[in-house]
Design a protein around this ligand. Structure first.
Ligand code: PSU
Ligand code: MN
Length: 300
């Protein structure tokens, strides 16, 4: 049987030789940032991974083929298409393959494809989580359930305050997913460094994180969240972001935006309402996560 996905030859060679590889998602490119900053950021993130001594593998679905390691031409096409391409989570992968569609993969779908390819470290901006009002909407990101079953470490700046952060931590705990704070004691809130939600585990270095990952996986356990706070100089004041988020949430409610459309809508509105400051912060934190992920992949 043919492989169910296409692996870039450089990524295949690196994996075969045991060299460090870092997976990168594509929903953040197509749905999470506007053109042309999305392409510029995707390229800078790949460059940051290379600079730190690992090989980047951006993952998407092209013509129905899950593709692990996009070429620069493929990366640019995806960034140009933006929200015109589908946002694919775990549930959508089979349908996209059968209908030969293009799509950007979420954290959940990217984790699954990375694990299939043998990549264990993945960098992104923020994971999905439990949405505010989930007690009536039932909107809990598939990212959390993927972490429960797929052995990949996701390096992120926590989860955005558009989500319910305490409930997100509860669901991760229920599903046995550790959250390791990288030099922090609280779950970072994406644009800001703290959330008031204490974390049970703190690590000081990539080597320490790698040791936990090895031990976790030796026991047959699954996903791990590595929570890396946004660099101090790029953090936004909490109250400023909270105002924009409150307004964006109210607009989403008024316009009936829900389901998979919810996260892209909220991110775009918060970026507009903060006059682009949130976009600058988002770019800075993804770059920092890429560097840490590369260091962890090397230490592994
Ligand atoms: N967080 C961001 N930017 C993003 C996303 C999350 O800062 O673009 C994307 C990721 O791909 C994540 C997805 O997996 O949103 C979560 O969507 P949902 O809430 O529909 O599961
Ligand atoms: Mn959802």
């Amino acid at each position: 049987m043919h492989d169910p996905f296409d692996l870039h030859p450089d990524v295949a060679a690196a994996l075969a030789a045991g060299r460090p590889v870092v997976a990168l998602e594509s929903t953040i490119i197509a749905h999470g940032m506007p053109w042309p900053q999305n392409l510029e950021t995707a390229r800078r993130v790949e460059q940051a991974v290379r600079h730190a001594g690992a090989l980047p593998a951006t993952i998407a679905v092209l013509g129905g083929r899950p593709t692990v390691g996009l070429t620069d031409v493929q990366l640019e096409a995806l960034a140009r298409s933006g929200a015109a391409v589908a946002k694919l989570s775990r549930r959508d992968l089979g349908v996209a393959a059968a209908t030969r569609r293009d799509g950007a993969t979420t954290v959940a779908a990217t984790m699954k494809l990375a694990a299939m390819a043998g990549i264990r470290v993945f960098a992104t901006g923020g994971i999905g989580g439990v949405h505010r009002g989930a007690e009536t909407s039932f909107d809990v990101s598939a990212d959390l359930l993927e972490l429960a079953r797929t052995p990949v470490a996701v390096v992120c700046a926590g989860a955005k305050a558009i989500l319910d952060l305490p409930l997100t931590l509860e669901v991760l705990e229920t599903h046995g997913v550790p959250v390791l704070g990288h030099r922090c004691d609280e779950l970072p809130a994406f644009y800001s460094r703290d959330s008031g939600c204490p974390l049970p585990h703190r690590c000081e270095s990539a080597a320490e994180i790698a040791a936990v990952l090895r031990a976790h996986w030796a026991l047959g356990l699954a996903g791990v969240v590595v929570a890396n706070p946004i660099p101090v100089e790029h953090a936004l004041p909490r109250d400023r972001v909270d105002g924009a988020i409150a307004q964006a949430l109210a607009e989403a409610e008024a316009q009936g935006v829900r389901g998979p459309a919810s996260t892209p809508f909220l991110l775009a509105r918060v970026a507009e309402l903060t006059g682009g400051d949130s976009l600058g912060a988002n770019i800075a934190l993804v770059l920092d996560n890429a560097r840490l992920a590369a260091a962890i992949a090397k230490a592994l």
